[in-house]
Design a protein around this ligand. Structure first.
Ligand code: ZN
Length: 314
């Protein structure tokens, strides 16, 4: 597992961003190291403390673990830390009294919160109409379609120029429906010389940009996908393929298996949108965590896939 020295660079002044002011510190780099185990454990405690006045929430609990473990997650240590946190909260202490009030703690809450805060919340089960609370962002490949993956974040890539792999590849079959993890607005939809047919979706709070690339040759996108379109979490946005690495449109990658390139960029300030200040997140543990909620996709009369039984954000 990748263990990197955390670079903590904080800018504590509030910066105006896209028309609204940021009360939180602006973050210039994020090492998202949370383990799958930590994500699942913090979600389990969310079920216990949700609705209480403890101040516990999923994203803050992961940030608390990162604070206590120096952003090096290990089950043995994290399990004890979480148990201890839960006991203190059950004993009547509040989360804000336990989480240290330091710049580093604030940085971790802001950076982990930027990735994790949308994942867990209130939702309505589309199938039953039941209101629930928990994981509400799905895995990006529809249910019933095989996949495999490993942690390939940061691996070297050479097409065009030498660079690091700033996303997560999920191998699968051509045509597997691709599901929007979080809702938002489509800001990119079309051909890119690296990503091939790709869709980019910006979250409503504009903090996250989701990038789904190498979509299927000839029919990459779901019906009606275009720049400006509103997409909900769980919507089918396109189909897995193997396009890209070409200036010419609609060309398949050579010597590559079909896969989804799934990327998540954090944007705390406008200069982080494009260029050397871009912040991309290692999504391996996160996608493994999301795998416990996969959206069923069924074919409509025209043969296109549509989602069934989503968790509709409430
Ligand atoms: Zn990739």
């Amino acid at each position: 597992m990748k263990k990197k020295l955390l670079s903590v660079i904080l800018c504590l002044c509030a910066l105006p961003l896209c028309g609204f002011a940021f009360a939180e510190p602006s973050v210039r780099w994020v090492d998202f190291n949370a383990s799958e185990w930590a994500l699942r454990a913090c979600l389990k405690y969310e079920a216990e403390f949700y609705g209480s006045d403890s101040g516990y929430n999923f994203a803050d609990a992961v940030a608390y673990l990162a604070f206590k473990n120096g952003n090096r997650f290990s089950k043995a240590k994290d399990e004890k830390t979480l148990k201890n946190l839960a006991e203190r909260l059950r004993g009547g202490e509040k989360f804000h009294e336990i989480m240290p009030d330091t710049d580093y703690a604030a940085y971790l809450r802001t950076s982990y919160g930027a990735v994790l805060s949308p994942l867990v919340g209130d939702y309505i089960e589309e199938a039953t109409g039941e209101r629930k609370h928990g994981l509400r962002c799905p895995f990006p490949l529809a249910a019933g379609h095989w996949y495999n993956h490993y942690d390939d974040f940061g691996n070297s890539r050479s097409f065009g120029y030498k660079r690091r792999h700033l996303g997560h590849d999920i191998m699968g079959s051509v045509g597997t429906p691709i599901v929007a993890v979080e809702g938002g607005t489509v800001t990119e939809c079309g051909w890119n010389r690296y990503g091939g047919w790709r869709v980019g979706i910006r979250s409503d709070d504009s903090l996250r940009y989701y990038y789904y690339a190498h979509l299927r040759k000839d029919k990459p996108f779901a019906e009606g996908m275009e720049v400006g379109k509103r997409v909900e979490s769980g919507d089918i946005i396109g189909y897995l393929g193997v396009t890209g690495y070409s200036d010419k449109e609609n060309v398949n990658l050579k010597s590559c298996s079909p896969h989804l390139h799934f990327g998540l960029q954090l944007i705390f300030s406008p200069e982080q949108e494009k260029g050397p200040k871009e912040i991309w997140v290692d999504l391996y543990a996160l996608t493994r965590f999301l795998a416990s909620y996969r959206v069923q996709a069924v074919r409509d009369d025209g043969g296109a896939y549509v989602p069934a039984a989503r968790r509709l954000w409430a």
